[in-house]
Design a protein around this ligand. Structure first.
Ligand code: 13P
Length: 247
């Protein structure tokens, strides 16, 4: 497995309790022990599961991401969780700007830029999520929107590891997946931006997310610029998640 291996990431969102998470990881580890897998596996559980799952995942190759973080380093921010705390709990990656954060919690690009900076300064890997709404796609503005999100959120980012996740809002949790051709076109546009913006633009994995499932994973993963998947609903059961990992 190399740094360029495809990444299969599961975003559990606000699902799975600690005992369910433990059971999930035990099952996933048993699958991983049986078969050899060329893809990298990452889970993004809730904060309350991170430390415990980090212990269970140690040595298994399973990486852990937090789903969110505070932009501040520490202090009087009741209810917030700093990047240092996430790192201490065992996360190596942090999702930044998931569309649910943008849309439901009103997170704007300047906040996301600050969060991304906090993650990078702590030496963790940001997974920057971008994507257009259905209305924006119908208006023919999908690429423009995605590039403007990347520009704004990465304005202060100059070096370090980074992952981008393209998640069209209309495909998330709807069962309506982007066609491999549409996803591929968008990923090519994102790659072009990354190559222009960073000397290391070729090294940045671009994941696709939005109703990725066992029956569409292989076709999506066969597209040249799709370097992995960010899976929501289908990552909640180890059986279906494993089918995607091995698709
Ligand atoms: P679904 O796979 O449930 O559509 O969710 C995608 C997602 O939002 C992953 O971050």
């Amino acid at each position: 497995m190399t740094r360029s291996s495809q990444i299969i990431a599961g975003n559990w969102k606000m699902n799975l309790t600690l005992s369910q998470g433990r059971e999930f990881v035990a099952t996933l580890k048993s699958y991983l022990e049986k078969g050899s897998v060329s893809r990298r596996v990452l889970l993004a559980p809730n904060f309350t599961l991170l430390a415990e799952l980090a212990g269970l995942c140690a040595g298994s190759g399973i990486m852990l991401a937090a789903q969110n973080c505070a932009p501040q380093e520490s202090g009087a921010f009741t209810g917030e969780t700093s990047v240092a705390m996430l790192k201490d709990a065992g996360a190596s990656h942090v999702l930044v700007g998931h569309s649910e954060r943008r849309q439901i919690f009103g997170e704007d690009d300047s906040l996301l830029c600050a969060k991304l900076g906090a993650v990078a300064r702590a030496g963790l890997v940001p997974i920057l999520c971008v994507g257009e709404t259905l209305e924006q796609r119908r208006e023919g503005r999908a690429l423009e929107i995605v590039i403007s999100q990347l520009q704004a959120d990465l304005v202060e980012f100059t070096e370090g590891e980074l992952i981008v996740a393209y998640e069209p809002v209309w495909a998330i949790g709807t069962g309506q997946t982007a066609t491999p051709a549409d996803a591929s076109d968008m990923h090519a546009g994102i790659r072009e931006f990354l190559l222009e913006r960073f000397a290391f633009g070729r090294e940045i994995p671009i994941l696709y997310g939005g109703s990725a499932k066992p029956d569409n994973a292989a076709e999506l993963l066969a597209q040249p610029e799709i370097n992995g998947l960010l899976v929501g609903g289908a990552s909640l059961r180890p059986e279906t998640f494993w089918q995607i990992i091995t698709a």
